[in-house]
Design a protein around this ligand. Structure first.
Ligand code: 5AD
Ligand code: SF4
Length: 461
């Protein structure tokens, strides 16, 4: 049982009578896919308590701010939202304010002092205790930023699923300690959920109409829950009705050498495993990678990609990049630009290095001036856009499936994802969201492709 700290400087929770019988909650997500997933799970926990979700924080009785700490200005965004929420409404009420997520984990005590209006401070490993914490907050503010031995997943209720594509967290935390990153401090060590639980949960999702499952984890390819990640993927592929499996985010270190053989083989052998891999490299310079404590080099990373491409020739690759890491020279940055061209990424995400207090890189010498970071980021993004457009062009003429996800801008248009995770715009009379349709890609833009229905005798990817 985790410790719940009651602070002296407790602020009273909303004193005005509730406007409606059924309590309403609003969860705002600030971050990554893991953060969005956690927001949905907090929603599940509150729904299981009889509360109803609302899109607007203005008519919510409970507002959960699910923060992300990975890059800059995370806490400023939190404090500005709290500032708005603490203003009394017309009827004198204000919502119960919950600060959740990685900023809450890393800066819980500071939030308590700086923002007395916050009623509950809860870290990412304690969401299953949210109802109990809300209850306890009636007596004064509570903080729960413990990293419990019992995984939160065991205590979470069954999921509500509205879409044909669902995320399933299989692994949480990180032991890698890249010198720029706060995740090992906010999410704790790598832990994996038991494979049997995941297979049962995946089967339940599919029974409710899910066609695509993305296995989620900070280091998903370090999964070790009784099976390896490839073992889990092979088991999930046996589920009838499940059409597509994806996983994210992987670390190059866990894919290198014999350790990566199984997973790379799965890309060759498991048809339901989609030909897409997000494998962040962060920098093209081995010198900078060493300073980042990435435990892979430019060459070892490229060797892994060559093995993947040998297993699955059409695999689409994406990555994350940081520009302006301490000590990064123009020559180092040129190596980052050249790796973008060499790999031919289908997509990539790029960030300016931001100092995360408490991490080793924060106190490294040779911090790069902001103006240099801005200029490098612009050049890198131009290179990435060029690579994405070139990749999209290579897919013109390919026949594939598209899983339809949302309406397009024009009437009759729907937007979905190709196997290579491109957004595809399709006009297909009679098709509805959730359908897996067969198409041919006919044109390419930097961030999407256009596809037309195909009556094919060959089976598409
Ligand atoms: N500064 C900039 N980008 C960062 N990331 C993680 N920490 C930092 C930081 N301090 C990026 C990395 C990671 C992605 C999720 O966020 O590229 O892969
Ligand atoms: Fe952060 Fe590195 Fe762990 Fe990724 S692998 S979460 S960048 S410490």
């Amino acid at each position: 049982m985790a410790e719940v700290i009651h602070l002296e400087i407790a602020a009273p929770v909303s004193s005005a009578p509730p406007k409606h019988v059924q309590q309403r909650f609003h969860v705002k997500s600030f971050g990554c896919q893991m953060n969005v997933y956690d927001s949905e799970r907090m929603g599940d926990v509150l729904t299981a308590q009889g509360m109803a979700a609302t899109d607007s924080p203005d008519d919510a009785d409970v507002v959960v701010l699910n923060t992300c700490h990975i890059r800059e200005r995370a806490s400023e965004k939190l404090y500005s939202d709290i500032g708005r929420l603490r203003q009394p409404r017309r009827d004198g009420s204000r919502p119960t304010i919950v600060a959740a997520g990685c900023v809450a984990q890393a800066e819980g005590a500071e939030i308590a002092v700086r923002a007395p209006a916050v009623d509950v401070i809860v870290g990412p490993l304690a969401y299953h205790r949210l109802p109990q914490l809300l209850q306890e907050a009636r007596g004064g503010r509570v903080i729960d930023i413990d990293m419990p031995a019992v995984p939160k997943f065991d205590a979470l209720p069954a999921r509500r699923i509205a879409q044909a594509s669902a995320f399933l967290t299989v692994q949480e935390g990180c032991d890698k300690f890249c010198t720029f990153c706060v995740v090992p401090y906010t999410r704790g060590p790598e832990t994996s959920r038991p494979a049997a639980d995941l297979i049962a949960e995946a089967a339940a999702l599919v029974a409710r109409g899910v066609r695509e499952i993305t296995l989620l984890g900070q280091n998903v390819n370090a999964y070790a829950g009784g099976l390896s990640l490839s073992g889990l993927i092979r088991e999930l592929a046996q589920i009838d009705g499940l059409a597509r499996i994806r996983y994210t985010t992987s670390h190059p270190r866990d894919m290198e050498g014999a350790g990566g053989d199984d997973l790379i083989a799965a890309h060759a052998e498991v048809a339901k495993l989609m030909p897409y891999l997000h494998l962040p490299v962060q920098s093209g310079s081995s010198r900078i990678l060493k300073a980042m404590n990435r435990a892979h080099t430019r060459d070892s990373y490229l060797a892994t990609l060559a093995r993947l491409r040998a297993a699955r020739t059409d695999i689409a690759l994406s990555g994350d990049f940081i520009v302006g890491f301490p000590g990064e020279t123009e020559a180092d940055f040129q190596q980052t630009l050249s790796i973008v061209h060499e790999v031919g990424y289908a997509a990539a995400y790029s960030f300016k290095y931001s100092v995360r207090p408490g991490t080793p890189a924060a106190t490294m010498a040779d911090q790069v001036p902001e103006t240099v970071k801005d200029e490098r980021l612009a050049r890198l993004q131009a290179a990435i856009n060029e690579a994405s457009l070139a990749f999209n062009h290579t897919t013109i003429g390919r026949r594939c499936t598209v899983l339809l996800e949302r309406p397009g801008r024009k009437p009759g248009q729907l937007i979905g994802k190709t196997p290579w995770l491109q957004s595809a715009v399709v006009s297909l009379p009679g098709a509805v969201i959730g359908d897996l349709v067969e198409v041919e890609i006919v044109s390419a833009m930097p961030n999407s492709v256009e596809a037309v229905p195909c009556a094919t005798t060959q089976s598409p990817v």
